[in-house]
Design a protein around this ligand. Structure first.
Ligand SMILES: [Zn+2]
Length: 73
């Protein structure tokens, strides 16, 4: 399961949530705001130099070549 960490830009709380689609709308559990930023997991950085931001529809990271980062962090 892809679990992503987010930080709410509204109340500054960070939280983790399951995201099944990279373009899925995520709302803050603290203030219900949708102005949240995904914090990139460390998996891309560990592989060294090949990290690319998950801005495309595929999500995930270059370290694990899929939307499922659970195998690399
Ligand atoms: Zn919030």
């Amino acid at each position: 399961m892809p679990i992503y960490e987010y930080k709410c830009a509204n109340c500054k709380e960070s939280f983790e949530t399951l995201v099944f689609r990279s373009d899925e709308a995520v709302s803050c559990p603290h203030c219900k705001g949708t102005n949240v930023n995904r914090l990139m997991s460390a998996c891309g950085f560990k592989s060294g130099g090949s990290f690319t931001p998950a801005s495309g529809p595929s999500g995930g990271c270059s370290g694990c070549s899929s939307t499922n980062c659970s195998s690399c962090h």
